[in-house]
Design a protein around this ligand. Structure first.
Ligand SMILES: [Cu+2]
Length: 207
């Protein structure tokens, strides 16, 4: 009994410790591990400190302790998206970045070309919100960032670091860095699809 309780505590602690953080663009609020399974990581309302973000040529950066994860990015063109429905049009999720998988833990910088998906309303000057969906083995996790899109900005500011660092000495390479929708191999697409389905299940449960 004691050992199983201890194991459960260890598991909970480990899970809360791992999860993932959105490093850039800045998320809506401070990281709260327990709230990360919720919409926008627990931050329902839009913020006033929007990040001016390049319409094309952008990237996002995350860190995680989970060795093996899948992530994708949804976008909402609603002024104040405060529920999962705001990231869908006619019941279809607006994917700004297809799901991709990586087998390593650490810090990752992943290209995010927002014009690529051809989503209406994703244009110069638009106020949009991205929601990063992440699954690293302990359930679906979410972080949101409120943005103002800029066509004049062709890359994030130079002081924003875009680098990849493996948290372990294993040889697992951060493949997500060079992944594009077209470059993903079949296994990436298959796992991404599975995650889309499970996210859809969660969304259905929330609504
Ligand atoms: Cu976790």
């Amino acid at each position: 009994m004691i050992s199983s309780t201890f194991a459960l505590l260890l598991c909970l602690f480990g899970a809360a410790n791992a999860h993932f953080r959105l490093l850039y663009p800045l998320p809506r609020g401070n990281f709260v591990a327990d709230l990360e399974p919720n919409f926008c990581g627990g931050y329902t309302e839009v913020t006033t400190n929007r990040t001016t973000f390049p319409l094309s040529g952008g990237f996002f950066s995350i860190s995680t302790g989970h060795p093996g994860w899948t992530a994708g990015v949804l976008i909402s063109t609603v002024e104040n998206p405060n529920n999962f429905d705001n990231f869908s049009v006619n019941g279809v999720q607006q994917l700004a970045k297809p799901f991709a998988r990586d087998e390593g833990a650490g810090t990752f910088c992943i290209p995010l070309n927002l014009t690529e998906a051809g989503i209406p309303g994703v244009q110069d000057g638009a106020n949009v919100t991205i929601q990063v969906l992440f699954e690293g083995g302990d359930g679906n996790l979410y972080q949101c960032a409120d943005l103002t899109l800029s066509a004049a900005l062709t890359s994030p500011p130079a002081d924003i670091t875009c680098s990849n660092a493996s948290a372990t000495t294993s040889s697992s390479s951060p493949t997500a860095t060079t992944s594009t929708g077209a470059a993903l191999d079949l296994s990436h697409e298959a796992s991404g699809f599975a995650v889309v389905l499970s996210f859809a299940g969660v969304i259905a449960a929330v609504l």
